[in-house]
Unconditional design. Structure first.
Length: 338
């Protein structure tokens, strides 16, 4: 077989037998700067997994470090080496990142989802018996599950970090091997109990004690999640007040535009509440009150010689008052729980 070069979008760089399993969906770069997704005859995206010559095919850690999720990767001198269900396996002489910017939005990720298989790797259980592996011709898939929940099973010695989810009406519970996700999960596990909009790269492991176990190789969050979804994935106690506000409100601390000022006054004249206007402008209520005060007060002294520094100071004082109000509310909540 003649060696060739191939490209893929990296969707997995997970733990595998002391090294890493790197895999992704094959693409063809076009001259116009776009990428064409390579697909099977049934419409599924075609996966590709470079493997080493070692017994388990793992990529050494020092070689895998530079490959991040949604990097465009080029493989040189590719030779196919499928192994039963692991039909995606290839050997190559070189792997390298390409200078290509990918935006993992929901729409883009949706093009990479497996829409063919309604059961995860043929059976609905946690593993496939080695005696049945010949029935499969794939070992990787990207899905958009329902009711996903990451958790830690302390009673297990191995594979205690796991993901529960539903897919086409069936419930699954697999170990997680995504090192990036696990690092974040261990810092704040409570934030990952209810994942409303997440994508999972699932992988079928090598044979172990007569079974091929199913794994969550990558946990993918779209970069266009809304502010509420993002705020659920971080420990707010570790963030500054300003960072918390930016997570909760898309336009927090952004400069007001003339059009926004006009609309704010219009809504005010129509009797909209501060809460309603805060939702409309994606800012907190303190910012709405401060802007209304600025727009409805007598002609500002800045027009008569007051410096911009004094205006900035007044704005910061208003923000300070808002922060103090929120601190009082939070303190009351803490005292009530105590």
């Amino acid at each position: 077989m003649t060696p060739m070069d191939k490209y893929f979008i990296c969707l997995a760089n997970s733990y595998k037998h002391g090294g890493r399993c790197i895999a992704g969906i094959e693409v063809v770069p076009h001259t116009d700067g776009n990428l064409g997704i390579v697909r099977h005859d049934d419409g599924r995206p075609r996966w590709i997994r470079p493997v080493s010559m070692s017994a388990n095919g793992e990529i050494p850690n020092h070689m895998a470090e530079s490959f991040k999720i949604f990097n465009l990767v080029k493989l040189t001198d590719v030779v196919l080496c499928p192994d039963k269900a692991h039909s995606e396996d290839v050997h190559c002489t070189r792997m390298e990142n390409c200078p290509f910017e990918l935006s993992p939005t929901k729409d883009f990720i949706g093009q990479l989802v497996d829409t063919k298989h309604q059961a995860v790797f043929y059976l609905k259980g946690k593993a496939i018996p080695a005696t049945m592996i010949d029935r499969l011709d794939y070992s990787l898939m990207l899905i958009h599950p329902d009711n996903a929940c990451a958790y830690c099973d302390e009673e297990r010695e191995n594979s205690k970090y796991r993901m529960k989810f539903s897919y086409f009406g069936s419930n699954y519970d697999f170990p997680i091997t995504d090192p990036v996700f696990l690092e974040q999960f261990k810092k704040n596990p409570k934030s990952y109990r209810d994942l409303n909009d997440v994508y999972l790269v699932l992988s079928l492991g090598l044979e172990f004690e007569g079974f091929h176990f199913k794994l969550v190789a990558t946990v993918v969050f779209p970069n266009d999640m809304n502010a509420t979804e993002k705020s659920q994935l971080v420990d707010l106690n570790e963030l500054s007040y300003m960072e918390q506000q930016k997570l909760r409100f898309a336009n927090a601390y952004a400069k007001w535009t003339p059009d926004e000022d006009s609309k704010l006054l219009e809504l005010l004249s129509k009797g909209f509440s501060t809460k309603e206007m805060a939702k409309e402008f994606e800012r907190n209520e303190g910012a709405i009150r401060a802007r209304i005060k600025k727009l409805t007060m007598e002609p500002s002294k800045s027009e008569n010689g007051i410096s911009s520094d004094e205006e900035t100071l007044a704005h910061l004082i208003e923000l300070k008052k808002e922060i103090e109000r929120e601190i009082e509310i939070l303190q009351e909540k803490i005292n009530t729980k105590s």
